[in-house]
Ligand binder design. Structure first.
Ligand code: RIB
Length: 356
């Protein structure tokens, strides 16, 4: 068979010279519309012999339908954006995994971008996703010093997940951070702890603040004093937990329990306790927040607040796709919804009765 313009020795073209529907039509000796009927399985029937010729031409030329052109026509790409602070954070890695599984079930692909908690980087990613014409975006907003959200979205549906900045007026899906803090505090009080310390996240983030406030309220109701010197700020990672625990342990007087604002901090704190010869839970109980897969394999396994990963993923995607439907229908849509999901406590080996 003769070569067509732009074909290499294999008969296939390079990516930039991809074969078009017209090339397939010319090779198979049919109209371009017939190629479309074969590729899309309709809307008109194609005789089996003609279909076989078109399929052979498609294979010979390595033809792939141009999804971008198609998306422009139907105004849907079935691709969603996911922008989150850091996929190396155990919590976000798990959340992204569950979102992708759910999106896949719903017939969507996800494009993942990391903001690294940097609002400028976040704005760049959002603009790139907008230009890629994603159908919608799930955003875990970066830790903006002024709590603002980039204004590049141009009417694309967005759902804020896990965090929502103070001025966010759109849809959001969060979990009940105060409830989580309260569950941990009640659990520790129930084990007889009265000397409770905290390693908490950056307090300008609402969920970090609310986790702490939920626990402090329970202590106050039980007339248990929270000593300021036993409360340490930390980044939401292993190193932050390690350093904050080291600082707490270098004081002459220690708490008997340590509430950490996420599992990574708690695992860092467990390592610091081990390095200094403290036993968990007999010398000190430790709690986390998130229930990431690693929490089960920490030594000892971590008592923690379980974030409802599947429900977060399903709710965020359902909300987003409802909005996508509204945009496509051209309707005004329902008012934004702020949804808060309940969370629970998982008790494992890192907590035990308070030392006498
Ligand atoms: O910002 C990081 C933390 O917030 C995660 O570990 C998780 O707890 C999330 O809610």
């Amino acid at each position: 068979m003769s070569r067509m313009a732009g074909e290499g020795a294999t008969g296939r073209r390079t990516w930039h010279e991809r074969a078009t529907r017209d090339d397939v039509a010319a090779r198979a000796g049919v109209s371009s519309a017939t190629v479309s009927y074969v590729v899309n399985n309709g809307p008109r029937p194609v005789a089996p012999e003609t279909r076989a010729r078109v399929l052979a031409a498609i294979a010979e030329l390595g033809y792939h339908p141009d999804n971008i052109a198609r998306s422009l026509r139907v105004r849907q790409t079935h691709v969603l954006g996911l922008v989150l602070p850091d996929s190396a954070n155990l919590f976000f890695a798990e959340l992204a995994r569950r979102l992708e599984l759910r999106a896949d079930e719903l017939g969507y692909s996800l494009l993942l971008c990391n903001s690294q908690e940097d609002v400028e980087r976040e704005a760049t990613h959002l603009a790139a996703l907008r230009d890629q014409r994603v159908d919608g975006i799930i955003l875990v907003p970066a830790d903006a010093p002024d709590g603002s959200v980039p204004s590049v979205l141009d009417g694309i549906p967005v759902v804020a997940l896990d965090r929502a900045p103070p001025d966010w007026t759109g849809d959001s899906v969060r979990t009940d951070a105060r409830q989580g803090g309260a569950l941990v505090a009640r659990h520790l009080l129930g084990l007889g702890h009265r000397r409770i310390g905290f390693i908490h996240g950056p307090l300008r983030l609402a969920h970090a603040r609310e986790r702490l406030e939920g626990a402090l309220l329970v202590l106050r109701e039980a007339a248990v004093q929270a000593r300021p010197e036993w409360s340490r700020p930390s980044s939401f990672d292993f190193a932050g937990g390690w350093e904050a625990a080291q600082a707490l342990l270098s004081q002459p007087d220690h708490p008997t329990a340590l509430c950490c604002s996420n599992d990574a901090m708690a695992i860092g704190a467990l390592a610091a306790l081990h390095a200094r010869g403290h036993r968990v839970p007999s010398d000190m109980s430790v709690t986390g927040f998130d229930d990431v897969p690693l929490a089960t394999y920490a030594i000892p396994a971590l008592t923690t607040v379980a974030q409802p990963f599947d429900a977060m993923a399903a709710t965020a995607l359902a909300t987003l796709l409802e909005r996508v439907g509204e945009v496509n229908a051209g309707g005004p849509g329902l008012p934004p919804r702020q949804q808060t999901l309940a969370i629970g406590l998982v008790v494992r080996g890192s907590t035990g009765p308070a030392r006498a």
